[in-house]
Design a protein around this ligand. Structure first.
Ligand SMILES: NC(=O)c1ccc[n+]([C@@H]2O[C@H](COP(=O)([O-])OP(=O)(O)OC[C@H]3O[C@@H](n4cnc5c(N)ncnc54)[C@H](O)[C@@H]3O)[C@@H](O)[C@H]2O)c1
Length: 204
């Protein structure tokens, strides 16, 4: 998607794209370095970075306040920040009943769902409230929300059940919110990436 001259995009998980961008990421150093690179290339201040953990709504809201002060309108919000599967049951599957009995019963690690689903829903909630506060643009739209899903939002993935759960949630949120927000002049879409850029890490 091309971000046209004058338009502004708010992108989470972007520290690792024309128009002006707000890079929102947990990794402050990488976010700053990328904004500097874009500003150097453009020869003007087209990018700013803001540190935020997308699982914390108030941190994303603070990033938006910064963006509004600098650029005013936000045309696109990309809810992109995400991590790969983390071991969610520790210890892993037991080899025998006695093996299982020797281990304590422990709670699950839901970090992947927290970042890949809840974090993106926080971004979506922010985006939809930003957009309803804006007038329509020349295309008759208040804004566009783009979430990052995965083919595993459609298909099961035996080795990544938490990741597949989170991405399936994103796909059905998109399907539902797209219908509801159409009447409010907002589009909601998601990308279904498959070919890996080989950089998906398993979080920090
Ligand atoms: N790489 C793939 O093969 C692939 C395939 C399908 C979908 N995706 C999706 O694409 C998106 C981006 O993946 P990527 O491959 O570019 O990953 P990446 O690890 O290169 O980049 C993810 C970025 O998100 C940031 N981040 C992680 N947790 C965060 C949090 N809580 N708050 C703010 N920022 C956070 C990281 O600092 C990093 O800059 C993810 O949603 C991922 O699920 C990736």
């Amino acid at each position: 998607m091309a971000i046209k001259k004058g338009e502004v995009a708010f992108i989470t998980g972007a520290a690792s794209g024309h128009g002006r961008v707000v890079i929102v990421d947990l990794n402050e150093d990488a976010g700053k370095a990328y904004a500097e690179e874009l500003n150097k290339k453009a020869g003007s201040a087209v990018a700013i970075s803001a540190k935020a953990d997308t699982t914390k709504f108030e941190e994303q809201l603070a990033a938006y306040e910064l963006a509004k002060e600098k650029f005013g309108r936000i045309d696109y919000v990309f809810a992109n920040a995400g991590i790969a599967e983390l071991p969610w049951l520790t210890p892993g599957p037991a080899r025998s009943v006695s093996d299982a009995l020797s281990q304590p019963i422990t709670p699950p690690n839901l970090a992947t769902v927290n970042i890949d689903l809840i974090g993106q829903l926080n971004t979506a909630a922010l985006a939809l409230q930003i957009f309803e506060r804006q007038e329509k643009n020349e295309l008759g739209l208040r804004g566009k929300l783009i979430l990052t899903a995965s083919v595993f939002g459609y298909y099961p993935c035996a080795s990544m059940p938490m990741y597949a759960t989170a991405k399936a949630g994103i796909v059905n949120f998109m399907r539902s919110a797209a219908v509801f927000f159409k009447a409010r002049d907002v589009t909601v879409n998601c990308s279904m990436c498959y070919i890996p850029p080989l950089s998906l890490r398993s979080g920090q």
